[in-house]
Design a protein. Sequence first.
Length: 202
Amino acid sequence: MSVNLKNLDVALLLDFSGTMSTTDAGSGGAMSRLQAMQESTKAFAQELEKFDADGITIAKFAGKVRMYDGVKATKVDDIFKENRAMGGTATDEALRVVSEKLLSKRKDGRQMLIGIMTDGTPDNPIGLAQTIVTLSKKVKDRKELGILFIQVGKDADAAAYLAKLNGELTGAGASHDLVACCRLDDLEDLTSEEIVEMAFTE
């Protein structure tokens, strides 16, 4: 499926939970998960600016959620300076808040991409699954919304949980399979177009 990046609303959800300070990311595992996420977020925002000069929506989450609108690449470093890795992983709340915002301002025909960079299983795994199931019933098909989970680091339990989100939610009542999953390291050689395409097709 072809995705027109000029017709796309993008939100990135960034995990700032305590475990994001773990050093097992980047080339040779020499970077903290937070540092690797910062580099990737900045690069992705820079690429998307070519198609949307207004910037993207970023939601920082740990135990609580904080929103940033109209974020361009030059603002990404400031967000990481303002926040540090601490607290829990309220992924379900972050997804609920951001999806409601995107849906409320969505214009006809525009696609929505929610990218979630996270390193572990959320505090409320059932709640996150339920949030996705509910969200799937608010769109007509997969072409309208793609949710891409990007695993930061090498936590095996997180990988197993994300795989379940990717493969089992239609059996749990989801109207569409909205979820795609990958590892942060897998994105290094992909263009922004290929990353977006993955969110709607994998």
